[in-house]
Design a protein around this ligand. Structure first.
Ligand SMILES: [Zn+2]
Length: 426
């Protein structure tokens, strides 16, 4: 297919940037923190509140709302031929415990803004359009992340997801019921003609290179592990150094070594220990056990295999050296993913059409688009965020960048629809 010819949006449609920005600021109050961030963990009361706001707002513009059995929300705007699979836009409304105002919700509210813009212009697409909120993208409360889009794509079983527990032992399925978003539609039943996800970059590259739009060609591979080190609790004053089984000391050696694993595979590898729980977590007790998380990422799965091996060997070695027990569990493996070439070129063509400085890039972060790419032609659009900082209350992006990205989303969807790609390719 000659993608050079894909130029839709000849009507010069543009989103209402002020309305979009106001919606972002208005919804930031739901779960808003004193330091200007958001704490909207999945399936909490604040997640219910933002969902209620979203559903009410979508219904007020005549969107048809469907909720599936994973709590994913689908908002449909009919097209001229409603037998066609919808062209979808979306992202997530949940956040990290100290998240920012843009991660996730930007893509959902921009999808809503695309529908509003088309309503205002009286423009009807051939295929229906859909805006989607995927449940539990962040994985901060229930891991692994993105498992609702994962169930949609057939990567995880629904019942596996329902049984996942948070650190307090509450089950995903029960919490979904509790907030009233356990829908009836079977997850994964709907076919999508295409999927476009607009998101902040969450890294520094666009800002450093003074580019407005990232044309995302794929997402790097990612692996998650849980590690539990077991030693022996004893008195911090009366236990001699040579008679201790200090789980925290073993943990510290492992954390240092995990950092080195990524440095050994520089510059593309990254590794992080972001969650540590020490027991009993008391000033004058030698830690008897430590639980911590490991996150390894690289764009090349073969390198990730190497890093995986190095991690396993290292954990065993530290356990032997310290005489402690260490259990390493692999809890999630998300292979690297290349997005659909046609969808990517539609996004690139839109950036050229609208005259934005852009570059191709691979996403360092995981996104629902990774799973949806398995079942529908998919692409992503990035905009810069200040200093590349995300998963942080100070996360910030400029209004003109938000407007630019939303206009690319609008143009890409209209172009994809006009070229009848959804029809040709399914
Ligand atoms: Zn996100």
């Amino acid at each position: 297919m000659n993608t050079k010819k894909i130029k839709g949006n000849r009507q010069n449609l543009r989103v209402n940037a002020e309305r979009l920005w106001n919606n972002i600021m208005e919804t930031a109050k739901i779960g808003g923190t004193a330091r200007g961030g958001i704490c909207r963990l999945t399936l909490t009361d604040s997640d219910r509140q933002i969902r209620d706001w979203f559903v009410k707002t979508c219904e007020s513009i005549d969107g048809t709302v469907t909720i599936d059995e994973m709590g994913n929300i689908f908002v449909r705007r009919p097209g001229k031929d409603n037998s066609l699979p919808p062209i979808a836009m979306g992202s997530h409304l949940d956040t990290q415990p100290s998240g920012g105002k843009f991660d996730g919700i930007l893509g959902v509210l921009s999808g809503l803004e695309v529908l509003c813009t088309l309503n205002d212009a009286g423009y009807t697409t051939k295929a229906p359009l859909e805006v989607i909120n995927w449940t539990n993208e962040e994985g901060s409360r229930f891991n692994p992340p993105m498992f609702a889009s994962g169930v949609f794509a057939g990567v995880f079983d629904r019942d596996f997801a329902y049984a996942r527990e948070d650190r307090d032992g509450k089950k995903f399925g029960e919490e979904l019921e509790r907030i009233g978003y356990h829908g009836k539609t079977k997850c994964g039943d709907q076919k999508l003609g295409a999927y476009f996800e607009f998101h902040i970059e969450q890294g520094p590259v666009l800002e450093v290179e003074n580019k407005t739009i990232g044309v995302v060609t794929g997402v790097q591979g990612q692996r998650w592990y849980d590690v539990t080190v077991t030693g022996r609790e004893s008195h911090a004053g009366s236990t001699p150094m040579n008679m201790r089984k200090d789980a925290m000391v073993a943990c510290a050696r492992m954390v240092e070594a995990i950092n080195k694993i990524a440095l050994n595979h520089a510059p593309l590898a990254v590794s992080t220990v972001g969650l540590v729980e020490v027991k009993p977590n008391s000033r004058n007790v030698i830690p008897g056990s430590v639980f911590f998380s490991v996150d390894l990422r690289h764009p090349n799965d073969a390198v990730l295999d190497e890093m995986d091996k190095e991690l396993k060997v290292m954990v065993d070695r530290v356990a032997t050296d310290t005489g402690l027990k260490a259990k390493l569990e692999s809890i999630w493996n998300s292979p690297s993913m290349r997005f659909d070439e046609v969808c990517v070129s539609v996004v690139r063509a839109a950036a050229e059409d609208l005259g934005y400085r852009h570059r191709d890039m691979v996403s360092g972060a995981g996104h629902d688009a990774v799973y949806i790419a398995r079942v529908a032609p998919t692409a992503m659009i990035f905009i810069p965020c200040e200093n590349g900082i995300s998963h942080n209350e100070i996360e910030k992006t400029e209004p003109e960048h938000v407007a630019a990205g939303a206009n690319i989303l609008l143009s890409a969807v209209v172009a994809y629809d006009k070229a009848e790609l959804g029809m040709v390719r399914r």
